[in-house]
Design a protein around this ligand. Structure first.
Ligand code: SAH
Length: 204
């Protein structure tokens, strides 16, 4: 998976590649789709939600370039897979999930792999998670019409944010960086995510 889908598409960060090799993706996907865990596609995880394609997980991780002392926030815990990759590369991960049953899935998966530096919280992630802010890296793993303004406020100086921004069907992956109070933006191509539902995302 790493060689054919991830390195072949240009992901170079050796720490990201190592984490993608080390985390057993099949343990995050409920049957029967666990058989396809290493395929080049997103997969259903229940409750109408999906685990992202492996390459997109690697790309988003590389774009926030987490380092061992970083405090990271994920919006949309889903299976817990992206949180586990981030947990291996940073100091602490907070992941916010809207659906309690999905948060339970993530909690079980992360506990099995001793992802002890991940805090899973239930709530509307479009408001971020002020309690553990500011964050060096923020990853939104659901599609949003715009970057929720509370999340910009929770970025640390020098912080990075990556999110799929656009319509309900297709979005552009955008990366923000905050320096000296100014936020700059770069675009990283088209993607498809399930919707981010909440106060600063899509309505239900
Ligand atoms: N990162 C996950 C995949 C996320 S799928 C993984 O690695 O498996 C998107 C998730 O975002 C879904 O679980 C969905 O319930 C959640 N979600 C949608 N809107 C949300 C919101 N406002 N706050 C928190 N989570 C939300």
């Amino acid at each position: 998976m790493v060689e054919r889908q991830i390195e072949a598409r240009g992901i170079r960060d050796p720490r990201v590649l190592a984490a993608m090799r080390d985390v057993p993706r099949h343990l995050f996907i409920p049957p029967p789709y666990d058989r396809s865990a290493y395929d080049d596609c997103p997969l259903p995880i229940g409750n109408g939600q999906t685990i992202s394609q492996p390459y997109i997980v690697a790309l988003m991780t590389e774009l926030i370039h987490p380092s061992p002392h970083d405090n990271v926030l994920e919006i949309g815990a889903g299976s817990g897979y992206q949180a586990m990759i981030l947990a291996m590369l940073s100091k602490k991960v907070t992941t916010v999930e809207r659906i309690p049953a999905v948060a339970d899935l993530a909690r079980g998966n992360l506990a099995a792999l001793h992802g002890d530096n991940v805090e899973i919280v239930i709530g509307d992630g479009t408001c971020g998670w002020q309690k553990n802010a500011p964050y060096d890296g923020i990853i939104i793993t659901a599609a949003t019409p715009r970057v929720p303004s509370p999340l910009i406020g929770q970025m640390a100086e020098g912080g990075r944010l990556v999110a799929p921004v656009g319509g309900r069907e297709v979005q552009e992956l955008i990366a923000l960086e905050k320096r000296g109070g100014t936020v700059t933006q770069k675009l990283h191509g088209g993607v498809r995510f399930v919707p981010l539902i909440g106060e600063y995302g899509w309505g239900t």
